[in-house]
Design a protein around this ligand. Sequence first.
Ligand code: NI
Length: 201
Amino acid sequence: MISTIPTYLEAFSDYRLEGDELKIFTYPSPVLKKIAKPVIEFNGELKSLCRNMLYTMYKAPGIGLAAPQVGISERIFVMDIDYKREKVTRADGTLDFDLSGFNPLIFINPVIENNQGEVLFQEGCLSVPGIYEEVKRSQSITVKFQDWNGDNHSIDADELLSVCIQHENDHLDGIVFLERLSLIKRNLLTKKFLKKKKKKV
Ligand code: NI
């Protein structure tokens, strides 16, 4: 077991922000409700899926993205809670964003243990755009997972990293953050989201 976070900067550096933008499925798509299957094969296909998920997450932009959110029911999520996003004006006058300081993380077949304490964080989700609410999570956790080569890792996480891992891990079990709220809040926000979504279509 390796206790450091594997780094993917080589594969995904500040200088090579590339990949395919994947379609993000929004609530209540059936794929978001399924229990995702473990990853068994660690191959090139898995690596390009991870790369494309990171690319899609940075583009969105978000700080975490789980495979079910892009329609793939497998136990994978990607995350970056460190990168910076700066608004810039291009030479032709168009507004754009410069991203820097990447710290891409990839969790495959994660298992959360040693949940300790409680913390409230305001959460949002790329599959429930426009809705933000405080969710109660464990303050600190240990997460065991595999990297994209299939090697085993274990890290301790607290605060934002811990919250983010719990949020993304929920997606692998078919749970969106709305389902972690009190019934009243959950019903209210779900209605609000679906109404907004209907208007857009
Ligand atoms: Ni989410």
